[in-house]
Design a protein around this ligand. Structure first.
Ligand SMILES: [Zn+2]
Length: 135
C-alpha cells in the first residue's frame, strides 16, 4: 500500500534542504509504485481469467456429446469433448467427409445429422478456431 503522507515528508525534506534524504525517500516511493503497478497488472490478468471462467460457466453447455458456446445470439461449436475435458481447451471440430475431426488432438467423431442445423452458424471446414480457457 502506498502511504501518501510520504509525499509531504519528501516535500518537507526538500524544503528544509535535506535533498539527499528526500531523494532516497523518493526512490523508495518509486520502487513501491512500480511494485504496485506490477501487482495491479497481475490482478487484472487474474480478474480476466475469472471472468472467462464465469463466462464459460454461464454459456458453455453439452449436447449430443459435444460442447457448445452461446455467444450473444449465436451458438458456437461443436467443440472437441476430449480437448475440453482433458486440457480445458475449446477446439472447434472440423467437418470432414465422413464425420468431425479435432484439428488439435485429431480425434474423430461420428457426424450426427442433428448437428447440421445446430452448427449452421459458423462451422466451416478448415476454419477451426482455438479458444483456450482454464477450467
Ligand atoms: Zn481435440
Amino acid at each position: 500500500m502506498l502511504d501518501y503522507r510520504r509525499f509531504k515528508e519528501i516535500n518537507d525534506l526538500f524544503a528544509s534542504g535535506q535533498t539527499e534524504k528526500a531523494r532516497h525517500l523518493l526512490m523508495e516511493m518509486q520502487s513501491r509504485c512500480i511494485a504496485l503497478r506490477d501487482e495491479m497488472s497481475m490482478l487484472k490478468i487474474r480478474l480476466q481469467s475469472l471472468e472467462d471462467v464465469l463466462y464459460l460457466a454461464q454459456n458453455l453447455f453439452e449436447e449430443n456429446g459435444f460442447y457448445w458456446l452461446h455467444t450473444s445470439s449465436v451458438r458456437q461449436g461443436p467443440f472437441c469433448p476430449r480437448c475440453y475435458e482433458t486440457e480445458g481447451g475449446l477446439i472447434r471440430l472440423d467437418k470432414r467427409k465422413h464425420g468431425l475431426e479435432c484439428p488439435c488432438c485429431r480425434a474423430t467423431y461420428e457426424h450426427l445429422p442433428a448437428l447440421d442445423a445446430a452448427a449452421s452458424s459458423g462451422m466451416k471446414a478448415g476454419a477451426a478456431r482455438i479458444l483456450h480457457f482454464a477450467r
